[in-house]
Design a protein around this ligand. Structure first.
Ligand SMILES: [Mg+2]
Length: 288
């Protein structure tokens, strides 16, 4: 801790924004592309089968890095789309409808369903940039501004691109602070928190085995040495700082999509470790 001033490392999507509309749009675009490329009926059948598989085993499905699940399909809406694509990629390894769909995708240069998910995500980001969606959470900019006013510093660390984050924050109450040279808020986008290393270390939460060897995110945490870490996704944002331990206060921002296994874990943890569950972003003002 630097005197009583805190360095707060916050995730972006789902913490400073409400990602529901953007995630729904990414999903809509993913489906629409697939319908267009491979036909609606067969696509719907494949998607339904993949969704059922995810529903039965969310702990085995999600966003993959090096073939391992790095974030789970039930943790947020963006991860769900990645999980759906990864599940279709699995199914396409055996002869069947998914393999037939993949053949259609390959004809237009897409080697995996995951690449189609990437294309849908990129299109959604462009739509947000064009002003079609306003994901910034009401009040989050005001809270950031107040924290800075009190002498704390903010580092936004996110898998989203720095440009995307900057454009969205620029329209909020913290926009002016962001435009200052050496201001008290910085953005570290493209943080690749999802990227896994070789080590087998994990954090086991119920039947979810969360890999904690995240070399890019680890370097950021070791460089920044934050007093507070906030995220809305246990696997991507919090599992590594929890694993690293120390006095860092770690908060899970609760959302309507937050899975019960994440909440249960954080509730138990907060009895013996600094941090807990953040019901609202405003609650930070009572802590700092
Ligand atoms: Mg997030």
């Amino acid at each position: 801790m630097r005197g009583s001033f805190l360095k707060i490392l916050s995730d972006f999507d789902g913490v400073l924004t409400n990602l529901t509309e953007e995630a729904e749009r990414a999903r809509q675009l993913f489906d629409a592309y697939l319908f267009e490329i491979a036909g609606e009926e067969i696509s719907r059948q494949c998607i339904a089968a993949a969704q059922e598989k995810i529903r039965q085993s969310p702990h085995l499905n999600g966003w993959r890095s090096r073939g391992r699940v790095t974030a789970f399909a039930d943790e947020d809406g963006f991860i769900y789309v990645n999980g759906l694509a990864a599940c279709l990629d699995d199914q396409a390894r055996e002869p069947g409808l998914a393999a037939d769909l993949l053949t259609q995708l390959r004809k237009i240069g897409l080697d995996q369903f995951s690449h189609l998910a990437g294309r849908a995500y990129a299109a959604m980001v462009r739509e947000t940039e064009s002003g079609r969606m306003k994901p910034m959470d009401e009040g989050a900019g005001r809270v950031l501004k107040e924290l800075i006013h009190r002498g704390h510093s903010i580092v936004v660390v996110s898998n989203s691109g720095t440009d995307r984050i900057r454009k969205i924050l620029a329209d909020s109450d913290v926009g002016e602070e962001l435009r200052k040279q050496n201001g008290s808020i910085r953005i570290r986008g493209d943080a690749r928190k999802f990227e896994l290393g070789e080590a087998a270390e994990t954090l086991l939460v119920e039947n979810y085995t969360i890999p904690v060897d995240r070399p890019v995110y680890r370097n950021i945490i070791l460089e920044e040495r934050p007093d507070v870490v906030i995220g809305d996704v246990l696997s991507l944002d919090l599992a590594l700082p929890i694993h690293l331990g120390g006095a860092t206060r770690i908060f899970l921002r609760r959302r309507d999509y937050t899975p019960s296994w994440s909440l249960n874990f954080m509730e138990k943890r907060q009895k013996g470790a600094p941090g807990g569950i953040l019901e609202q972003f405003d609650d930070l003002l009572a802590l700092a």
